[in-house]
Design a protein around this ligand. Structure first.
Ligand SMILES: [Zn+2]
Length: 358
């Protein structure tokens, strides 16, 4: 998302789009500059206590662009409007289709013009890349890594600042027509009102922070969840899972964002996750699942499949009751140096054939 606001009379239009469960409200906001059109929408979920909205908005905007919102000023200037809105939120009928325009002061250096509503497309991606992305979706479903939930993306082959991800859909059902192009702030280029995965920020923020990453899988694979909630660390029990190395970090969303709905559904949470991922191949997500990355779709998918297998085998080995001998970090390193399972090429050939057969 790009903002170029310099005019203090720029306005932010806030559209109340839905009332969430328990005390949350989903708001859509956009900066408007009457002569130059609209900036991209930003979507924020926050407490209906309005101050929280401002905090959330301030954090969001500071994180994604240089100009920041002078939140305190807004709060002061628009207190009366806020009060009305806050009162309105207590009456559900107020929410239907209602809008509110808030005048705010925006800080920042001079910029060209407001961005267009959608970011520009990088153009059509290579057909083989799309085919691999469809295959990746289906492989992950077939191998039990994703079910109705979970998703996989790939970086655009023409522009490293774009990535491709299905519309919100069970991975087994994804077709080329379902693929949406995103910028790295996870703004859609061509969503055309199609529903989007709320956790797409996992993908965008990882691509932003890790230029060598070309594919990202987010899943809730069951055995991996075990090791995100237990004090027993995940360790590699067999050679194919050597990428686990000395172990993987665990992202606890509570530490990053307090009490949440557990979803990485905004840029802040995506960035917090990415920081814990650091330079690792995967990060476990406490009470949720995992995010797995790779320099190609076969690597990200292969690691996701064998991460699940390793977690299952490790739990079973521990269940036997005796001691468990894990790969030594030195052994794990040597497997990786030897080419990490030949980049899963043999597995990919088999999986893709099976996944795409009618
Ligand atoms: Zn998830």
């Amino acid at each position: 998302m790009t903002y170029f606001p310099t005019n203090p009379r720029n306005r932010m239009k806030i559209v109340i789009s839905s009332l969430g469960p328990r005390n949350t409200v989903s708001l859509r906001a956009r900066l408007t500059e009457p002569r130059r059109g609209l900036a991209p929408l930003i979507e924020i979920t926050c407490s209906r206590v309005f101050n929280n909205f401002y905090n959330e908005l301030g954090r969001h905007c500071q994180g994604v662009s240089a100009p920041s919102l002078r939140v305190a000023d807004w709060r002061k200037n628009d207190m009366r409007r806020n009060k009305r809105l806050d009162d309105g939120m207590k009456r559900r009928d107020f929410l239907t289709g209602s809008t509110l325009v808030v005048t705010g002061t925006l800080l920042g250096s001079a910029g060209p013009t407001l961005a267009q509503q959608d970011p520009a497309s990088a153009g059509p991606a290579d057909a083989r890349l799309i085919e691999d992305l469809i295959a990746a979706n289906r492989i992950l479903a077939r191998e039990g890594v994703v079910d109705a939930f979970g998703h996989v993306s790939v970086r655009h082959d023409r522009d490293p600042n774009r990535y491709l991800l299905s519309r919100s859909l069970a991975p087994a059902l994804v077709t080329p027509d379902d693929v949406i192009e995103y910028d790295l702030d996870s703004n859609p280029v061509n969503a055309n009102n199609r529903p989007q995965y709320s956790e797409r920020f996992i993908h965008g923020e990882i691509y932003k922070a890790r230029p060598e990453v070309k594919a990202v899988v987010h899943n809730h694979s069951p055995s991996v969840i075990l090791f995100g909630v237990s004090t027993v660390p995940l360790r590699p029990v067999f050679h194919i899972a050597a990428f686990i190395g000395k172990g993987l970090p665990i992202f606890d969303i509570r530490k990053a964002a307090g009490m949440t709905d557990m979803l990485v559904s905004n840029p802040d949470r995506g960035r917090a996750l990415t920081q814990i991922l650091a330079s690792n191949v995967a990060v476990l997500m406490r009470g949720h699942g995992a995010a797995v990355v790779g320099a190609s779709l076969p690597l990200a998918v292969g690691r996701s499949v064998y991460l699940e297998q390793n977690a299952r085998i490790q739990a079973q080995a521990i269940g036997l009751g005796g001691g468990v001998t894990y790969l030594d970090p030195e052994e794990a390193r040597k497997v990786m140096e030897a080419g990490e399972n030949r980049s899963y090429e043999r597995a990919w050939e088999l999986w893709k054939l099976r996944a795409l057969e009618k």
